[in-house]
Design a protein around this ligand. Sequence first.
Ligand code: NI
Length: 226
Amino acid sequence: MMLHIPEILTKDEVADIRQQLQSAEWADGRETVGEQGAKVKRNQQLPELSSAGRIMGNRILRLLVKHPLFLSAAIPYRYVPPLFNRYEGGEHYGFHVDGSIRTIPGTSLSLRTDLSCTLFLTEPDEYDGGELIVSDTYGEHEVKLPAGDLILYPSSSLHKVEPVTRGARICSFFWVQSMVADDSKRTMLYELDQNIQTLRLQIGDTPELVGLTGHYHNLLRQWAQL
Ligand code: NI
């Protein structure tokens, strides 16, 4: 499932993070990928252990872990802390699939990448190109979101970033290991949860709704891996 989650960050939070990024030191994005990725990746990134990057990444994580829609869709278990990238002057990232296992920088912990997330930090009219293209069995999906919005998609998807031909595209990106590895099961849980939430607002906690909530948790209990 691909999901657009609006307004993870307010415009003020975006402006503040952008301000901090101006004085940060960018490095070649090829430092964080494997052999196939390095052949097609042309962009800049904050180094994984950059202190500014870690502070801003943790700030984003603190907002994510209390965001109801994100939690419902991702059912997160572990995160690779958010990193930051910049594309300008024709930079791009050709078709690739994100590596399946990543080590959390500065630790010996590894996680399985179930979900890839991109959080946009520049407005669509600040740059030309730079669309994130995600290819799945339904075709190719083009994503270019307002600053502060996030796209979440299965890490198993083939994807690319089109060349940025004017201005700069700045994003934060990270991976999530979900408690539910299987995308179709996670999608069913998300849809069930969203319908339960909507019904709760409409009719309150009727016995049937309590039963459905129990059903959600019993499915999650069967499918979750901790
Ligand atoms: Ni990628």
